[in-house]
Design a protein around this ligand. Structure first.
Ligand SMILES: Cc1ncc(COP(=O)(O)O)c(C=O)c1O
Length: 415
């Protein structure tokens, strides 16, 4: 992976790009929302489609010269349709956040009501946090996971919906390690006449591979990010039934966005093609098996896992019981020094703050892409344990760094 053209023009940026390639190669990427796309996806995203304005949709653009843009977008739509089985797909959202915003803009009036999961319990800013305009434009109330079990409290959610009478219920989460029962949320939405938006940002790849149940055909709207577990071009996607197709398309463009990022749409098309291959299903299964192995070993090592384990690609560790003096932020910092990159995360019943939370979130999508199996993930769990047991011991950090380097060498990336 070279950056020769950049280097000729801008050595400072070339140095940073090469530094980033090296960082990804030589450290463990365990941020649950990240992955390593293929070189084919990198190529597509780095293509001259970045030059092209293609406002509108295939066959109906505001500018000329769109024949290849049309071809690429049609391929992305075709493949997404095959992967997810939705009646209508819009592949233009610049991000998962903008996919969600398009649904709100299409279906809600300012002041309408959104019921979504609390951020500290695994929700996302774009589900109505006051720091996002969604939280300022609409009236938002939040449901929570069961504090005892860490599982979604479906009955509590239904009761909350009866009281609040939301216009939309949002499901799909950033830090929820368990399978989501879409039908139960749909029932709660139906019982109060609300729309159901299922945001599969994190689990788009698991859903595409059939490793997690799909909300398509159940929820009214399904949104996602296209660069997390599905490792295609960076951005978002919205799926819905034909009856909402025009509303959604107009909400994406011109409602919320200008020209689509056609190079990213090309990256989505290529990544979706890869996700249609049988190997992708194996990858998704391995991602989940790896997260299970990671979680089990962390639990054996004395850590407390929210919900006791995982059904998907991530584990959420509550450090308060096992390591009361170590915050998620402290753990994140020490682990990064040792070459393990993950994030401090809030946990249900959070007693610290989002800036220095009580937990860590660890995901296996990127490790699995570079070939890690369950044994490797148990080794990683042991390395994480050593660091968090002694976050300030330089010799421990050095030893772990050396073991991380061995794991990386055994599972090379972007050769
Ligand atoms: C549940 C959920 N929705 C939406 C998003 C936003 O995705 P993006 O970063 O593509 O805007 C995220 C990001 O992690 C997420 O976890």
């Amino acid at each position: 992976m070279d950056h020769d053209h950049v280097r000729e023009v801008d050595p400072a940026v070339a140095d940073a790009l090469e530094g980033e390639v090296d960082r990804q190669r030589s450290t463990l990427q365990m941020i649950a929302s990240e992955n390593h796309v293929s070189e084919a996806v990198v190529d597509a995203q780095g293509s001259v489609l970045t030059n092209k304005y293609a406002e509108g949709y295939p066959g109906s653009r505001y500018y000329g010269g769109c024949e290849y843009a049309d071809e690429v977008e049609e391929l992305a739509i075709e493949r997404a349709t095959e992967l997810f089985g939705a009646e209508h797909v819009n592949v233009q959202p610049h991000s998962g956040t903008q996919a969600n915003q398009a649904v709100y803009f299409a279906m809600l009036e300012p002041g309408d009501k959104i019921l979504s999961l609390d951020l500290n319990h695994g929700g996302h800013l774009s589900h109505g946090h006051p720091a996002n305009f969604v939280g300022q434009l609409y009236e938002v109330e939040q449901y929570e996971v069961d504090p005892e079990t860490g599982y979604l409290d479906y009955e509590g959610l239904a009761e909350h919906a009866e009281e609040f009478e939301p216009d939309v219920i949002v499901s799909g989460y950033s830090a929820y390690p368990r399978e989501i029962e879409w039908e139960r949320i749909q029932e709660a939405a139906d019982s109060v006449g609300a729309y159901h938006l299922a945001d599969i940002a994190h689990i788009t790849g698991l859903v595409a591979a059939g490793v997690h149940p799909s909300p398509v055909g159940i929820a009214d709207f399904v949104t996602g990010s296209t660069h997390k577990t599905i490792r295609s071009g960076r951005g978002g996607i919205v799926m819905c039934d034909e009856e909402y197709a025009d509303d959604i398309d107009s909400a994406v463009f011109p409602g919320g966005q200008g020209g689509p990022l056609m190079h990213n749409v090309a990256g989505k098309a290529v990544g979706f093609k890869e996700a249609l291959e049988p190997e992708f299903e194996e990858y998704a299964e391995q991602t989940v098996a790896n997260a299970e192995a990671l979680g089990e070993r962390l639990a054996e090592n004395g850590f407390s896992l929210v919900s006791g384990g995982t059904d998907n690609h991530l584990v959420l560790v509550d450090l308060r019981e096992s390591h009361p003096d170590t915050s998620g932020g402290d753990a994140e910092e020490a682990l990064e020094e040792a070459g393990i990159v993950l994030n401090g995360n809030t946990v249900p019943g959070e007693t610290r703050s989002p800036f220095d939370p009580s937990g860590i979130r660890a995901g296996t999508p990127a490790l699995t892409t570079r070939g890690f199996d369950e044994d490797d993930c148990r080794t990683v769990a042991d390395l994480i344990t050593r660091v968090i047991d002694d976050p300030e011991d330089e010799s421990v950090l050095e030893e772990v760094r050396a073991e991380v380097a061995d794991l990386c060498e055994a599972n090379p990336l972007y050769e």
